[in-house]
Write a protein that binds this ligand. Structure first.
Ligand code: NAD
Ligand code: WQD
Length: 337
C-alpha cells in the first residue's frame, strides 16, 4: 500500500515510516516542520531502505492535500501531525484547536474527496480524563482532559465518530497512546525536543548527558508506592508496530475502532530514573518539587483489546527503552540540530 504519513518528520511519525517501509509499504510524508526535522525523514528512509518523499507543508492546506492525493494514489493515512505540548496548549488554545482539530477535519475532507477512507489517528490516554479505576480500558466513558491539548484529541475522536456514522465506507483506527519513549535501536532516529523537554525521559536523558543539572520530580506525596507519579511507558518501536497492526486490522473492521497502546504496567518517576542510571552508567541528579498542575497520580492501560483484535502487544522492556534513549542521546547530543 501507499501510506501518507502526516507528521512523519516528528518523533513517532519517523519511527512509523521505518516500520511501514520494512513491511513493504510506500510512504509519503507531509510535515510543516513546526516540530519536526527533514533529517529524521532522511534517516528513517535510510533505515527502511527506500526513498521517502517529504512534502513540506501544512495539513490545514486543502489545496496541497488535494495535490498530494492527486499525485500519489494514497491508500491510507496515518495522521500524526499536530501540536502536543500540554503547557503551551494552555497559553495558546486556539493554535491547538486549529492545528489538531482543524487539521484533522481538513485532512478528512481531502481524503473523502480523493476517495481514501482508511485512517489511523494518534489519540492519547488523556481522553479518559481522571477518576477511573485502573487499568483503563476502551469501554470506559471518556472524561474531561485537564488541558486544551487533551481536549483537542477528544474532539477529534468525536469528529471521526460522527463522520464514520455518516458514511460506512470509513475505516478508522483511533489509537490511545499511553507514554511513548525509547528510540530506534540504531540510535539514528529518536525524540529531539526543542528547548526544555516537557516529558520525563528526554529530561532525564539530558541530565545524564550533562546538558541539564537536575531533574525536578513533580510531587513525592502521591498515593503510589514511592509517592511519585506512575505511568505506562511503552517503547516507540512497539507503538509504531501497533500502528501497522491497526492498519492491517482495518481490512476487516469498518467504522471507528479504538485501541489502547500501552504495556499494562506502570513505573514511577523514581523507577524510571533508576532504570536510566542503570542503562547509562551515569548518576542522574534529582530534587523533589511541587506537583505539576493537571497531573494525576497514576495511569496504565488495559492492553487486552489490542492484543485480542490486533494480535499486538509490547515486546520491549524498560531496560530496552532506556538503553535505546541513551544510545540516541549519546550519538545526537543536540538531537537533529
Ligand atoms: P512531534 O511533535 O514530534 O511530531 C508531530 C509532527 O507534526 C512534527 O514533525 C510537526 O512538525 C508536525 N506538525 C505539527 N503541526 C502540523 C501541521 N499543521 N501540518 C503539518 N505538520 C504538522 O510529536 P510526536 O510525539 O511524534 O506525536 C505524534 C502524534 O502523537 C501527535 O498527534 C501527538 O499529539 C500524538 N501523541 C503523542 C504522545 C507523546 O507522548 N509523544 C502521546 C499521545 C499522543
Ligand atoms: C510523566 C511523569 C510527571 C517531567 C504527557 C501528556 C499526555 C501525553 C504524554 C502527548 C509524571 C513526571 C515529568 C519532569 C517529572 N502527551 N515528571 N519531572 O504527563 O504522563 O503525559 O505526555 O502527546 O497527554 O500529558 O508525561 O513525561 O510529562 O510525565 O517528575 O520534568 O513524570 O509528573 O508523573 P505525562 P510526562
Amino acid at each position: 500500500m501507499k501510506i501518507l504519513v502526516t507528521g512523519g518528520a516528528g518523533y513517532i511519525g519517523s519511527h512509523a515510516v521505518v516500520v511501514l517501509l520494512e513491511a513493504g509499504h510506500e510512504v509519503v510524508v507531509l510535515d510543516n516542520l513546526a516540530n519536526g526535522s527533514a533529517e529524521a525523514v532522511t534517516r528513517a528512509a535510510e533505515i527502511g531502505g527506500r526513498a521517502v518523499p517529504l512534502v513540506e507543508g501544512d495539513v490545514r492546506d486543502r489545496r496541497l492535500l488535494d495535490e498530494i492525493f492527486a499525485e500519489h494514489h494514497v491508500d491510507a493515512v496515518m495522521h500524526f501531525a499536530g501540536l502536543k505540548a500540554v503547557g503551551e496548549s494552555v497559553e495558546q488554545p486556539l493554535e491547538y484547536f486549529e492545528n489538531n482539530v482543524g487539521g484533522a477535519i481538513m485532512l478528512c475532507q481531502a481524503m473523502a474527496a480523493a476517495d481514501v477512507r482508511r485512517l489511523v489517528f494518534s489519540s492519547s490516554a488523556t481522553v479518559y480524563g481522571e477518576g477511573h479505576p485502573l487499568p483503563w480500558h476502551e469501554g470506559l466513558p471518556t472524561g474531561t482532559p485537564s488541558n486544551p491539548y487533551g481536549r483537542s484529541k477528544l474532539m477529534v475522536e468525536q469528529v471521526l465518530t460522527d463522520m464514520a456514522a455518516s458514511d460506512p465506507r470509513w475505516r478508522i483506527g483511533v489509537l490511545r497512546y499511553f507514554n511513548p519513549t525509547g528510540a530506534h535501536e540504531s540510535g539514528r532516529i529518536g525524540e529531539s525536543p526543542r528547548g526544555t523537554p516537557d516529558n520525563l525521559v528526554p529530561y532525564i536523558a539530558q541530565v545524564a548527558s550533562g546538558r541539564r543539572e537536575s531533574l525536578a520530580v513533580f510531587g513525592n506525596d502521591y498515593p503510589t508506592h514511592d509517592g511519585t507519579g506512575v505511568r505506562d511507558y511503552l517503547h516507540v518501536m512497539d507503538l509504531v508496530e501497533g500502528h501497522l497492526a491497526a492498519l492491517q486490522a482495518l481490512d476487516t473492521r469498518p467504522g471507528v475502532n479504538v485501541w489502547n497502546l500501552g504495556t499494562g504496567r506502570g513505573y514511577s518517576v523514581l523507577e524510571m530514573l533508576r532504570a536510566f542510571e542503570k542503562a547509562s552508567g551515569r548518576a542522574v541528579a534529582y530534587h523533589f518539587a511541587p506537583r505539576r498542575d493537571g497531573d494525576i497520580a497514576a495511569c496504565w492501560a488495559d492492553p487486552g483489546k489490542a492484543r485480542e483484535e490486533l494480535g499486538w502487544s509490547t515486546r520491549r522492556d524498560l531496560d530496552a527503552m532506556m538503553a535505546d534513549v541513551w544510545r540516541w542521546q549519546q550519538a545526537n547530543p543536540e538531537g537533529y540540530d
